[in-house]
Ligand binder design. Structure first.
Ligand code: NAP
Length: 242
């Protein structure tokens, strides 16, 4: 069966690495992004260079209508066989008492509500053999004190989404898993106000360095694929020992 995978946040970082890796292993890819049109175009070009079909859809995953449009665009490539719920945001690193309610709401909106809306579309459209991967964070079990506790809490919520959805969809032959990255070298740290975090935090990572986006993409690709046929309801930690 032709593999058609939807990725949210496919223009940069972990999502872009996943799009490229999946294209190289035979997937057609439809991905959502928000505003970086040049980055999105470059990922589409790489998907096509790998001989697969790629479509970039400007769609905010927090908006149900835009999510429907994303999945409609993906369905034009064929039956949807995979979803990578990846589009996520943090907010400025700082003490819990300084958290701005607007930042809190955006983190909940993108990292949780967006994941639920996309998983719902996927669950409606998928059939046996399909798989969903939710990108969580090692923060879900570390709590991120002094940094972004609200983000960690929301990532823990996505782990419960993974667990419940895996059990609910198992009877239909659809698998649902998560990956929990540690500190990965992407632009997300600039939004947190600490662009050099992958290097400045290296000393507290047991493997002594930040991870690269493709090291997470590898895990996502495995969880999506047939070699993970008996794996569902679990969260694979890709965090260098954190
Ligand atoms: P990133 O480099 O900042 O890239 C984020 C991507 O998501 C971009 O493609 C962005 O699009 C897109 N995006 C953001 N909000 C969106 C929305 N509402 N709708 C659609 N697309 C949206 O992020 P990343 O570091 O790769 O993170 C990916 C996932 O991994 C997130 O869930 C994050 O929480 C998780 N994670 C990351 C790390 C890390 O250290 N990097 C660690 C643990 C977990 P534009 O390009 O258009 O802005």
């Amino acid at each position: 069966m032709n593999q058609v995978t939807v990725i949210t946040g496919g223009s940069r970082g972990i999502g872009a690495a996943t799009a490229r890796r999946l294209a190289n292993t035979g997937h057609d890819v439809a991905f959502a992004y928000l505003r970086d049109h040049d980055a999105a175009a470059s990922v589409v070009a790489d998907i096509q260079a790998a001989g697969r079909r790629g479509v970039a859809v400007p769609a905010d995953t927090t908006d149900p209508d835009q999510v429907t449009a994303l999945f409609d665009a993906a369905a034009e490539l064929g039956e949807i066989t995979g979803l990578v719920n990846n589009a996520g945001v943090t907010s400025p690193i700082g003490p819990f008492v300084d958290l701005d309610p607007a930042d809190l709401r955006r983190v909940v909106d993108v990292n949780l509500i967006g994941y639920v809306l996309c998983a719902q579309q996927a669950a409606r459209r998928m059939s046996a053999g399909a798989a969903i991967v939710n990108v969580s964070s090692a923060a879900a079990t570390l709590g991120s004190p002094g940094e972004y506790i609200h983000y960690a809490a929301v990532k823990a919520a996505t782990d419960t989404l993974t667990l419940g959805l895996a059990k609910e969809l198992a009877a239909r032959g659809i698998r649902v898993n998560g990956v929990a990255p540690g500190i990965i070298r992407t632009d997300i740290h600039a939004v947190s106000g600490v662009p050099d975090r992958p290097d400045s935090a290296a000393g507290r990572i047991p493997l002594g360095r930040a991870g690269e986006p493709d090291e997470v993409a590898t895990a996502i690709a495995w969880l999506l694929g047939p070699e993970a046929s008996y794996t569902t309801g679990t969260v694979l930690r890709v965090a260098g020992g954190l």
